[in-house]
Design a protein around this ligand. Structure first.
Ligand code: NAP
Length: 312
């Protein structure tokens, strides 16, 4: 019988235990779930979270893989004690959450909903406030992998003029796909609404800085549900103050929780949400974990194996 260590926060155990047991049974895997502390030398697989208790993998000599419950791997990918294969989470529930958060906030920016929420004062402001149709609104998504790609096709399905940008060239139905440095400039120059769904890697750090923010059309809106490191915060605050960027909706930050004194909290053109854009959902995530264990045990290529040289 395989021994699986559940190395997430203990408060997540009541939701994950039944979901994992059901998924393992359905996949025909005989396995026992255990909690830390457990003898590291007895563990076949680690179900891992960056917020969990296991961050040193050296003693897990028998462990065949570390299965991350998170999509992002920046906190573990460079861990020198990790010699086992690392898989990240690509989960239908996580994807749906990101699509819904991004679609909601894109529509909010597109329809200028905040303006009307803050102007309920008896003045009939029709002139200049009829929004364009979605097809006349350019939305750009930086990062069109599992999450950004689903957001791009959903927004294209709503009629938006969607451009996606990635490291390698992609093809997505209804989406103009760009890549490379020239592609980034072309994408940014038309981004009335910009969404960043990139991973945190050395290449993506401060991708949005004073120079790249200046490429956006004046008055653009930014949504960042990717990672806080994608944005140079001082450059964004300066661009908000100058009016170059009209509004930023930020879900992720360099330091989380965002400290109470951080200027984002009080800035009238910033909306802070507390890293809630997309949560891993136990039922669908458990099926991914079970399928990956089945694949490792059968000697088949695992799903969502992290490329450590790329960092995601
Ligand atoms: P993914 O499938 O690996 O997609 C990443 C995308 O970013 C791919 O299109 C990739 O290009 C592109 N990319 C990476 N490095 C790049 C570079 N240097 N230049 C241009 N494009 C680059 O990841 P995912 O599952 O969509 O997740 C994306 C990120 O969302 C995660 O890493 C995490 O940081 C964030 N996230 C946030 C939340 C939240 O609640 N806020 C929840 C889950 C995930 P290629 O396609 O060419 O590889």
């Amino acid at each position: 019988m395989l021994k699986l260590l559940f190395a997430d926060r203990i408060e997540n155990w009541p939701a994950y235990e039944p979901a994992l047991n059901a998924a393992l049974e359905q996949a025909g895997i005989a396995a026992k779930l255990v909690l830390p502390p457990a003898d590291p030398a007895s563990i076949d697989y680690i179900i891992y979270s960056p917020r969990g208790p296991v961050q040193d993998f050296a003693a897990y000599t028998r462990t065949k893989a570390v299965l991350n419950l998170w999509a992002g791997v920046e906190r573990v990918v460079g861990n020198p004690t990790l010699t086992q294969p690392l898989c990240r989470m690509v989960d239908e529930g996580l994807e749906r959450g990101m699509v819904e958060w991004v679609t909601g906030h894109v529509l909010r920016a597109h329809l200028d909903i905040d303006f009307f929420l803050t102007h309920q004062d008896g003045v009939w402001r029709q002139t200049g406030h009829v929004p364009p149709l979605a097809r006349d609104r350019s939305v750009v998504i930086l990062g069109i992998g599992a999450l950004g790609g689903a957001c791009a096709t959903t927004l294209a399905g709503l009629g938006f003029n969607v451009t996606g940008w990635s490291r390698t060239q992609k093809t997505l139905p209804g989406v103009t796909c760009l890549s490379g440095a020239t592609g980034l400039r072309d994408a940014l120059s038309k981004a009335e609404i910009l969404v960043t769904v990139l991973p945190d890697t050395p290449e993506t750090t401060n991708l949005l800085n004073a120079e790249t923010l200046a490429l956006l059309p004046k008055g653009a809106a930014i949504l960042n549900p990717g990672r806080g490191t994608l944005i140079d915060d001082d450059a964004l605050l300066a661009a908000l103050d100058s009016g170059q960027i009209a509004h930023a909706t930020l879900d992720v930050f360099r330091v989380e929780p965002l400290p109470p004194a951080h200027p984002y909290w009080a800035h009238p053109q910033v909306t802070v949400t507390p890293h809630i854009a997309a949560e891993t959902r136990p039922a669908s995530a458990a099926r991914v974990i079970a399928e990956n264990i089945r694949r490792f045990e059968a000697g088949e290529p695992p799903l969502h194996l992290v490329d450590r040289s790329r960092g995601y």
